[in-house]
Design a protein around this ligand. Structure first.
Ligand SMILES: O=C(O)CCC(=O)C(=O)O
Length: 189
């Protein structure tokens, strides 16, 4: 795992563009039998057929925009990986967050490379070993940082983005991925 600090020198324009151009949706998940809105907005983009299924939800890919295709290519070059899809998350304020999970869906295959680009407010990203044999790690991800996770990170660790009571502005995060085993239409949910 590595963090390329200040990777995106032109982050200001991309943040404003993404906030304005993205067709944001607030998904829902089922918790103890009840439907609940997830605490963030999101959008899923990718090559045709790159549907993504997680937490019982299936997201069909929007076609790449010029901006996202450019950011994909720049992140892919830095990560020395190929990406065919991206989950775009928008954290409107400190109440928006993502809980503990790993990006270990079968579609991503074994040992996926994930390129995670952060724009906007600095937020704390945490990692913890599934077997507890290492102290948890906290990284403050800042405007323009690129975090690359690879190898056994998803197998051995979980990550989350914690809520904060601090007043914080908006943050957009892009996690570029590669679907190696597309799930059939009508998939797992
Ligand atoms: O917003 C972040 O930095 C984390 C996003 C994340 O964990 C995910 O999309 O799987």
């Amino acid at each position: 795992m590595e963090v390329l600090r200040g990777f995106l020198a032109d982050a200001d324009g991309h943040l404003a563009g993404l906030l304005a151009e993205t067709p944001w949706e607030q998904g829902e998940i089922t918790v103890f039998g009840q439907r609940r809105p997830i605490p963030r907005l999101e959008a899923w983009y990718g090559d045709p057929g790159r549907a993504y299924t997680y937490s019982g939800r299936r997201l069909e890919p929007l076609p790449w925009t010029e901006r996202l295709a450019e950011l994909r290519d720049r992140c892919a070059e830095a990560a020395e990986a190929a990406f065919d899809s991206v989950l775009v998350n928008r954290y409107r304020d400190g109440d928006d967050a993502v809980g503990w999970h790993a990006d270990d869906e079968p579609e991503l295959g074994r040992q996926p490379v994930i390129g995670s680009l952060s724009l906007g407010a600095t937020r704390r990203f945490r990692l913890r070993r599934r077997d507890g044999c290492h102290d948890p790690v906290a990284i403050d991800l800042e405007h323009g940082d690129l975090l690359v996770m690879r190898g056994s990170t998803q197998e051995l660790w979980e990550h989350c983005l914690t809520r904060t009571a601090r007043p914080v502005g908006e943050r957009v995060n892009l996690t570029f991925r590669r679907i190696v085993e597309p799930s059939p239409a009508g998939g797992r949910d």
